[in-house]
Design a protein around this ligand. Structure first.
Ligand SMILES: [Zn+2]
Length: 94
């Protein structure tokens, strides 16, 4: 039996495309700051309740998060390294 899964909101996507959520499997309630300090590719990100996301390196300038279910593609600058960076990006993007 696995540890319970906690979901932590990362951001709201523009154009009503839903939300990004990080899922953390842990016996303990995860500390949000610790989750936000983890690298994007090491974390399980989901497109709301839709599906898990693939993290794809595209170029030196950008990476893409791609939903495995609806194929939504979210382009993000490659200088975003952690889930905290990602959260900040969606908080400040128009
Ligand atoms: Zn999706």
């Amino acid at each position: 039996m696995g540890a319970p899964v906690h979901s932590i909101g990362i951001g709201t996507l523009p154009d009503n495309e839903g939300t990004l959520t990080a899922l953390v499997q842990d016996w303990h309630e995860p500390k949000e700051e610790a989750v936000l300090a983890t690298a994007i590719e090491a974390e399980t990100l989901t497109h709301g309740n839709c599906s898990k996301l693939d993290f794809v390196r595209i170029s030196d300038a950008k990476n893409v998060l791609c939903c495995k279910h609806c194929m939504l593609r979210i382009t993000i600058p490659s200088n975003l390294k952690t889930l905290g960076d990602l959260k900040g990006f969606f908080a400040t993007s128009p």
